[in-house]
Design a protein around this ligand. Structure first.
Ligand code: ATP
Ligand code: MG
Length: 377
């Protein structure tokens, strides 16, 4: 995947900007608060996903303006078996509006090659990208929910059917939790009726939950070795990273687990087991990274995971995602910086930095962001 050009209008603090990225590395330098992350976020929105910073649509539009426009040309590689065709690459023009240029369709809308606009989420899969944002450091230190989200978001991008399974699971889980809460509060339904409903919900949870775990395990079997070898290279072998899926049940064992813990769940008034309680265990030299990793080591773990996410997506879909790396070099020692700079030259990568010295010797495109104004350095 490659971004050929991007024009931005009225996006956050950027009134108007135009970017012609390099084939490989594009660097966006500038002081704090100038709009570097905003530009990266604008590129990310082309994936059809929501802001990685959790920004609501209204916050993305420049204050005082009615709407924002993003226009991009992208080049997607065809699948390997199609490479023999005359046109091995396909150019697409994506136009996205945020806000209400047409009051009948608020929110984010996008059109491809001039077709009638659809919801931006319909772009999913047409512009794959992987983003590293300092907020992702919580992948190491934060609660299991963030690690499950990391897995589930990647799986949703890769397998459209995963979202359906996931939604079915969450719907049944919500119903079950409501039922368990009511039972803990007092016996308002006859016991037999409640038990029958619980059985139906557990049967649904077992089917969808097994499917979720199976996908996650299969994905981690691919991602794990890639992430660990990235880590070994990034740290020049200084520490060894390991990654395991912290499962609550063996494949095929969820129905049994749900039965075994039923009375405990009834007492607790909430569901206690299933893939929504599972986690990824991250170890550095055999110790939990959550507790023992230093700042730079946490950053290295997250970067190794993110680069592995991109490589896994490339292996599965035949298309290497664009890498968006926000403020990636800080806290890393020279060896790790040097390694990342080499990796950044392999695939199209966008990096932001307050300090351009590390990039001066690279042959990438260097831009400067100052008060929302983008200029070529
Ligand atoms: N909707 C908006 N309209 C106008 N300005 C906005 C809007 N949203 C954010 N901003 C401004 O954008 C600026 C922040 O930009 P950004 O986060 O891209 O900075 P940065 O260059 O990445 O800085 P740092 O190096 O600190 O990460 C802030 O000054 C903020 O007030
Ligand atoms: Mg920033």
């Amino acid at each position: 995947m490659r971004l050929l050009s991007l024009e931005v209008q009225n996006y956050r603090n950027i009134a108007s900007a135009s970017l012609t990225p390099g084939r490989e590395l594009t660097v966006i330098c500038g002081n704090n608060g100038q709009g570097k992350t905003n530009l990266l976020e604008a590129i990310w929105l082309l994936t059809g996903g929501k802001s990685f910073r959790g920004g609501k649509d209204a916050e993305l539009v420049r204050r005082g303006e009615p709407f924002a426009v993003l226009e991009a040309s992208t080049l997607s590689a065809q699948h390997p078996e199609e490479l023999l065709l005359e046109e091995p690459e396909e150019e697409r023009r994506i136009r996205m509006t945020i806000g209400t240029p047409d009051s009948s369709r608020p929110g984010r809308n996008a059109s491809v090659n001039g077709a009638p606009p659809k919801r931006a989420s319909a772009l999913a899969g047409s512009f794959p990208a992987v983003v590293f944002d300092p907020g992702h450091l919580s992948l190491v230190k934060g609660a299991p929910e963030g690690r499950r989200k990391f897995l589930d978001a990647a799986l949703c991008q890769l397998y459209p059917g995963y979202l359906t399974v996931y939604r079915r699971y969450i719907r049944a889980l919500q119903q079950k939790n409501a039922l368990l809460r009511r039972s803990a509060a007092g016996p308002e339904r006859p016991y037999a009726e409640k038990a029958a409903l619980l059985e139906v919900l557990n049967a649904e949870l077992a089917v969808q939950g097994e499917a979720i775990q199976q996908r996650r395990r299969a994905y981690l079997e691919r991602l794990g070795p890639l992430a660990c070898s990235n880590y070994a290279e990034l740290s020049h072998g200084a520490e060894r990273m390991e990654l395991h899926y912290a499962a609550q049940f063996e494949p095929g064992g969820l129905a049994h687990l749900l039965r075994a813990r039923q009375s405990e769940e009834l007492r607790a008034g909430q569901s206690l087991c299933g893939p929504h309680r599972e986690d990824i265990e991250l170890l550095l030299d055999g110790q939990p990274a959550k507790v023992f990793a230093s700042q730079g080591q946490q950053r290295s773990v997250v970067l190794s995971l993110k680069m592995a996410e991109a490589a896994a997506a490339a292996a599965i879909t035949g298309e290497h995602p664009v890498l968006l790396l926000d403020d990636v070099l800080s806290e890393l020692d020279d060896g790790r910086k040097q390694y990342l700079l080499t990796r950044m030259r392999e695939k199209q990568t966008f990096v932001t930095s307050c300090d351009d010295t590390a990039f001066l010797k690279t042959d990438g495109e260097v831009y400067r962001m100052n008060g929302g104004v983008l200029t070529k350095a």
